[in-house]
Design a protein around this ligand. Structure first.
Ligand code: HEC
Ligand code: HEC
Length: 311
């Protein structure tokens, strides 16, 4: 009996020791690197058309995270208001202005493309997972974003920011080492659909560029960036963002009986997405923000959502 107890005791000790070693490894080992994710050969020509398109994409996809504290420039800030961040520790969104000390300084066009497609940074580590990826966007839209970041628009003019180093939580370190991996490059990238092809255009807005599905499905942590429609609870809402001062549940985005959008006219939907103003409800709160899109584009989004609702 005594012997059995001793063996059991030793076994428990061995397990505890193994767990302590694993925890030490997770906490102290350097972040894994992915130099094998190739940097494409790429030189993006900065044309007025690309800068114009890039301005829209950056406003809709990057601004809400990367704008500075009380600033409209993309100097970054403490990202302390979103749920992912509370789980992940004290994280700072990077300075992506043209300042010589900004995180983006020294990035080649190819390295920016790799970051936006796969999530791998210039230093070959994977970006903290709150920074999204755009694996389904058209090359031309990725080039437009890059052209805008290189442009003389005031939003990206050199501006200093002194962010402390990230203080990632144990969870972030564990996920980074054990679970998260770069998003693979796709064999082919689509071209941006024509607006006249409204359902395809709407799908592209929801799944490939503005990532509406990412927040508006059942659980942001289960979002499937390479096959958005396979995300559990696709577009039916339900995820709760614990913001700094309030919790907010993401509404169902399908115009169907029983959802609030189901009672709206298309024009009310357009006004909501464009200006944040809704029938019978207060204006949007963060993390939702108005989208810089034309009414015709938002109508295409609505048509796509209605087609999903009918499936
Ligand atoms: C949900 C918030 C969020 C959004 C949206 C977002 N980012 Fe980020 N971004 C971050 C965070 C957080 C980091 C810091 C990641 C790290 O240091 O690992 C970051 C880092 C970066 C970096 C610096 C990488 C480095 O090497 O330090 C660049 C460049 C960047 N983002 C560009 C963009 C662009 C362009 C967009 C829009 C197309 C965008 N981000 C949208 C949160 C976001
Ligand atoms: C970063 C997460 C996030 C993204 C991305 C996002 N939303 Fe939202 N959305 C929310 C949240 C949270 C609310 C609830 C806001 C509130 O009630 O104040 C919301 C509310 C809405 C509403 C109001 C619905 C209602 O029933 O009141 C509409 C419409 C909407 N979003 C459309 C969109 C569209 C279209 C896109 C993409 C172009 C999008 N959202 C992208 C988080 C997001």
């Amino acid at each position: 009996m005594k012997k059995i107890l001793r063996i059991l005791g030793l076994a428990v000790l061995a397990v505890l020791l193994a767990l302590a070693l694993l925890a030490t490894y997770i906490y102290f080992s350097p972040a894994p690197t992915y130099a094998e994710v190739a940097v494409p050969e790429l030189t993006v020509e900065v044309t007025p058309a690309r800068v114009l398109q890039g301005r829209v994409l950056v406003q809709n996809n990057c601004y809400s995270c990367h704008h500075g504290e009380n600033s409209t420039q993309l100097t970054g800030r403490l990202f302390d208001d979103r749920s992912a961040n509370k789980d992940f520790g004290a994280i700072y969104t990077s300075n992506i202005t043209q300042d010589a000390n900004a995180a983006i300084a020294g990035y080649t066009d190819g390295e920016l493309d790799r970051l936006l497609r796969t999530g791998v940074k210039k230093n070959n580590a994977q970006a903290i997972a709150v920074m999204p990826t755009w694996p389904l966007a058209a090359d031309e839209d990725i080039y437009a974003i890059i052209a805008f970041l290189r442009s003389d628009h005031p939003m990206v003019a050199a501006a200093e920011a002194n962010h402390p180093l990230h203080q990632p939580s144990f969870l972030e370190r564990a996920l980074r080492k054990l679970v998260f991996r770069p998003v693979p490059y796709q064999d082919e990238y689509p071209t941006r659909p024509a607006l006249s092809d409204s359902i395809a255009y709407g799908a592209y807005q929801v799944n490939a560029v503005n990532l509406c599905y990412y927040c508006h499905s059942a659980d942001i942590k289960a979002a499937n960036p390479v096959e958005p429609t396979a995300t559990p609870g696709y577009l039916v809402g339900g995820f709760v963002f614990p913001m700094l001062k309030y919790d907010i549940e993401v509404p169902n985005l399908l115009p169907a009986p029983g959802t609030s959008i189901g009672d709206w006219t298309v024009d009310e939907f357009v006004t909501a997405v464009k200006y944040g103003l809704r029938p019978n409800k207060p204006a949007f709160q963060e993390p939702m923000h108005p989208y810089l899109l034309d009414s015709s584009e938002i109508r295409a989004v609505y048509q796509y959502l209605a087609s999903v609702a009918q499936q």
